[in-house]
Design a protein around this ligand. Structure first.
Ligand code: HEC
Ligand code: HEC
Length: 399
């Protein structure tokens, strides 16, 4: 009988390979802990800068791919009713088309869902929180948000994290993706959040008619109005994503005069106005606790704004026509109960929101300009779509 023998050089080679593999896993972790991060192949045109990302969420193709699968997976909610994509739908610029979001257990969120185009560039996240800077931290909110005065249960996994991680761990495909994305690390909620933030950082929009130079004449007139002192829109909606405040020099929070409940400067708030209000919707003052910050919300990006309605932090404005009407009037006079009050006279209103006296033609030009901020390439990009569904069809002109 012949003995099958593995020659010793082969053994050394195998052991060597295993060692190199283990070492490279450790090396990746070690180099990341020092802040080193290999450049992710974003594949952007030269005039579009890459989004910054915190060093411990170093972007790698494996992490982005894992994040994409997780983003679309309903197993991430305790009752398996919702994924991130249930509220953040690609074809709607990653919003949900609802007035206010609805969580996996049916509760209504106090605020309107924000779109995710270019979210990797934003240095503060959500409608009202100036202290929330990191995408991976933001991503933990939908998992752990509780039934409180300011928010609702979204994916509702608090205290049941192990159920989610066991669900994923029992799936060989996920085990493989996790190993590729985070060699040697546990498939825990922290790493789920990191992968999700890696995916979201790749959600970059730069192919709108505005950027491609294919705007209609009406949209071009609208652009001129938008960037002129006669409207002053650009003072708050400046920068590449139409959300930089030129006075603050960054993303900032303003009161545009949507409410002035009972003439007291309030926005609707369950603590003040009872159940007709959707929990606490006072904005920045939720964080700063300052009276003058009531009704101040982060200026939203206007990318894809034609498909992200309804509008404003509470979805209380149905159409772009209505939005323009409100800015033209320097606020909204709410005449119906329960939030009766003239928002135009809200004491916290930003002085840059003032009566504009726009003509009907100017209003429709402004709306045409806003429509020219829709990026069909972004809305149909297969890399951003549900990995378990047929990919969307990309228009031929897209890069
Ligand atoms: C129940 C609907 C819902 C679900 C589920 C949900 N979101 Fe959101 N998302 C929202 C709403 C509403 C906001 C605005 C929150 C606020 O201002 O407080 C938001 C805001 C965000 C933001 C901040 C965007 C910005 O411009 O600041 C990010 C990022 C985000 N969500 C990512 C996710 C991810 C990742 C998941 C899955 C883990 C997820 N969301 C699940 C409704 C949802
Ligand atoms: C003082 C700063 C400021 C000025 C000036 C301003 N905006 Fe805004 N804009 C905001 C803020 C803040 C919000 C969100 C307010 C809220 O939800 O309470 C907003 C909301 C919007 C929205 C809704 C977007 C969404 O996703 O809900 C549109 C559209 C818009 N603005 C367009 C314009 C146009 C057009 C002009 C000029 C006519 C303009 N804005 C002037 C700060 C400003």
């Amino acid at each position: 009988m012949q003995k099958r023998r593995v020659s010793s050089p082969a053994v050394y080679r195998i052991v060597g390979l295993v060692l190199v593999f283990l070492l490279s896993c450790r090396l990746q972790e070690f180099s990341e802990s020092l802040g080193y991060c290999r450049t992710y192949p974003f594949d952007l045109p030269a005039n579009v800068e890459k989004p910054a990302h915190p060093p411990d969420v170093c972007l790698t193709p494996a992490r982005v791919e894992l994040g994409r699968h997780l983003f679309y997976d309903k197993r991430l909610s305790l009752n398996q009713a919702q994924s991130c994509a249930s509220c953040h739908k690609q074809e709607l610029g990653f919003t949900d088309g609802r007035v206010r979001a609805q969580g996996s257990t049916g509760q209504t969120h106090p605020r309107n869902t924000l779109g995710l185009a270019n979210v990797g560039y934003f240095e503060s996240l959500t409608w009202f929180n100036p202290d929330l800077h990191r995408l991976d931290n933001q991503t933990l909110i939908p998992f752990f948000a509780e039934d409180t005065s300011t928010t609702i249960r979204e994916l509702a996994i608090s205290g049941k994290e192990h159920v989610i991680t066991e669900r994923l761990d029992s799936n060989p495909e996920y085990r493989q993706m996790f190993r590729a994305a985070f060699p040697g690390a546990a498939a825990d909620v922290i790493h789920i959040a990191r992968a999700l933030s890696a995916f979201q950082t790749t959600l970059i929009s730069y192919q709108t008619p505005y950027e491609l130079g294919t705007m209609s004449e009406s949209a071009q007139r609208g652009k001129a109005l938008f960037y002129s002192e006669s409207t002053g829109c650009f003072h708050c909606h400046g920068g590449r994503d139409f959300n930089l405040d030129d006075r603050a020099g960054k993303l900032w929070f303003q009161n545009v005069g949507l409410y002035n409940v009972a003439g007291k400067g309030d926005y609707p708030d369950v603590a003040v106005h009872g159940v007709s209000a959707a929990r606490a919707t006072q904005g920045l003052s939720l964080v700063t606790e300052k009276q003058e910050d009531r009704g101040k919300f982060r200026t939203p990006s206007l990318r894809n704004v034609a498909v992200t309605g309804p509008y404003m932090h509470d979805g209380s404005v149905a159409t772009l026509e209505d939005v323009i009407e409100i800015f033209d009037q320097a606020g909204r006079n709410v005449q119906a109960a329960p939030f009766t009050g003239d928002g135009r006279k809200n004491p916290n209103k930003d002085p840059r929101v003032r009566p504009l006296g726009l003509t009907a033609a100017q209003k429709s030009d402004l709306i045409e300009f806003l429509r020219a901020l829709t990026d069909e390439c972004f809305l149909n990009e297969p890399r951003f779509s549900d990995p378990n569904a047929p990919p969307p069809t990309v228009p031929a002109y897209c890069k």
